[in-house]
Design a protein around this ligand. Structure first.
Ligand code: NAD
Ligand code: UDX
Length: 483
């Protein structure tokens, strides 16, 4: 009976083996052992890393992802660059490619760049053979499904002339996972959202999720609501962070403590306690891009006040990041020239190796511009990634005192794999930018002895024991702590 209402699914192809495609397909493969899941990507190096026997070399670090890969890879989960081949045998194709903000042309700086999505739709149009359900997994502007549908229809008309017409359904099934907790989020989602017009296609996708998600958590909507709900969800989450970060500045000026304010307001069940941690400003590949996309859509429809409202969420975030850089400069007597500063954490949050839009990028650039010599540690981010993000090679030689004289006042950075005591030698300040748990276990008494006095600790994540830092006779700045 169930089969009569759903399409048969034997093979799934996911285009895009990134932070979403990789973990999402791994979880589908885990819970659907009878379905073959092929994850394809144009990036051959990435595919080779997904196939690496050494699970530490997977291109995405996510807690518990390696265990699923070990269990399913080459059984019913495959990573390949043979995109055409696996589209042609797929019953469902997930499009999970990047949709960054456009950097040039109309809408640059706000609208999503859909060139990768369009390329995927054309590939599906060209290589699909039978009935294929095309699922938008990427986060997309409202009405993108229409674009995909149009491209697929052109293919249908063309192949009809050759008597082999594939047929298509397009669904929107946005992903809500957060990096660092992706596997848990995928296993226990708050909801799965499926938007579409064809009930049979919706039921087919729903049946996949029902292997591990209870039916009451699977929401069916029209396709435009599904697309817009994803953008709205990210906008609401980011708005909470900008709200609490703006309050942190008021706390610092008035003697209040943002942690206490968060706790107090979070007890109101209408507000809720999650996403109220003040930090260095939100990062990650999604929030900024998705809000700017919403701003673009609002402007497109002439809703300028709506656009301004959402744009202010991003503006506060940018202001908050530069506020932190300025605080460091101010507290180090107005100059960072030649001063060594230790940066703890470069990823945009803990438990990921992703640095996209990390607050650390702008803050480090600001400090280097002021002449500081940074030592950067992150347990999962590579020095190559930091070189890419800071658009600057690291200094390999041991830092010379007053080395700023040789560099026209521009500072430098170098990478440290560990947080051994030596890296704090002669440092003027330490900045905690990512909430990796190991940073809260640092022995500040030992470190204080190595630092130049007065030594400053800037805790942008509120993860340090403030008493311990103060007892070590170090100056402490904590975000939102006016006490
Ligand atoms: P990503 O950059 O990590 O991965 C995208 C992959 O797609 C890349 O490996 C790229 O090589 C590949 N690709 C691009 N065009 C291709 C093509 N034509 N054929 C084959 N492969 C192609 O991006 P991501 O973080 O996985 O995000 C993917 C989408 O999911 C975006 O729309 C994003 O907004 C959305 N999303 C991301 C997250 C997140 O936490 N990262 C969460 C929810 C939704
Ligand atoms: C976000 C959404 O949460 C997720 O649903 C969507 O699918 C993708 O975008 P992600 O960016 O991976 O996920 O991580 P998230 O936990 O949302 O954190 C985003 C940024 O906000 C990080 O820089 C994080 O440190 C910051 N943050 C989060 C805060 O500063 N305070 C908080 O209370 C929560």
């Amino acid at each position: 009976m169930k089969d009569a209402k759903t399409f048969k699914v034997k093979n799934i192809c996911c285009i895009g083996a990134g932070y979403v495609g990789g973990p999402t397909m791994a979880v589908i493969a885990k819970y659907c052992p009878d379905i073959n899941v092929f994850v394809v990507d144009i990036d051959k190096q990435k595919i080779s890393n997904w196939n690496n026997k050494d699970l530490n070399k997977l291109p995405v670090f996510e807690p518990n992802l390696d265990q699923i890969i070990e269990k399913c890879r080459d059984k019913n989960l495959f990573f390949s660059h043979e995109i055409e081949k696996y589209i042609s045998i797929a019953d469902i194709v997930f499009i999970s490619v990047n949709t960054p903000t456009k950097v040039r042309g109309f809408g640059a700086g706000k609208a999503s760049d859909l060139k990768w999505v369009e390329a995927c739709a054309r590939q599906v149009a060209n290589f699909a053979r039978n009935h294929t359900i095309v699922v938008e997994k990427s986060t997309l502007p409202v009405r993108t499904a229409e674009v995909i549908q149009n491209i697929l229809e052109i293919a249908q008309r063309r192949t009809k002339e050759n008597n082999e017409a594939p047929t298509f359904d397009v669904l929107s099934n946005p992903e809500f996972l957060s990096e660092g907790t992706a596997i848990n989020d995928l296993k226990n989602p708050d909801r799965v959202l499926i938007g579409g017009n064809n009930n049979k296609a919706i039921k087919t996708l729903s049946a996949i999720y029902e292997n591990w998600v209870s039916k009451d958590k699977i929401l069916e909507t029209n396709i435009w609501s599904s697309e817009l709900a994803k953008l709205t969800s990210n906008a609401f989450l980011a708005q909470r962070i900008s709200s609490i970060n703006s309050i942190s500045a008021i706390c610092e000026s008035t003697g209040a403590d943002v942690r206490e304010v968060s706790r107090a307001i979070g007890k109101d069940t209408r507000i809720g306690s999650k996403f109220l941690d003040s930090g260095p400003g939100f990062g990650g590949s999604c929030f900024k891009k998705d809000i700017l996309n919403l701003v673009y859509i609002a402007k497109f429809y002439g809703l300028n006040e709506v656009a301004d409202f959402w744009e202010s969420v991003v503006n506060i975030n940018t202001w908050h990041q530069s506020r932190i850089s300025q605080l460091v400069i101010k507290n180090l007597f107005g100059t960072l020239a030649g001063k060594k500063i230790v940066i703890l954490g470069f990823a945009f949050k803990a438990n990921t190796n992703d640095t996209r839009e990390s607050a650390a990028i702008q803050i480090c650039k600001d400090l280097i511009n002021e002449g500081a010599n940074l030592i950067i540690n992150d347990p999962k981010v590579s020095s190559n990634q930091i070189t890419h993000d800071l658009e600057m090679e690291q200094l390999n030689t041991k830092l010379e005192e007053n080395s700023f004289y040789n560099n026209n006042g521009l500072g430098s950075w170098s990478f440290s794999k560990n947080i051994d005591i030596e890296i704090f030698e002669d440092a003027y300040a330490v900045l905690v930018l990512t909430e990796w748990p190991q940073y809260s276990m640092i022995n500040w008494k030992k470190i204080a002895k190595k630092m130049i006095q007065p030594g400053w600790i800037f805790d942008s994540r509120s993860i340090l024991d403030s008493e311990e830092v103060k007892n070590a006779e170090l100056n402490l700045w904590r975000v939102g702590d006016g006490s």
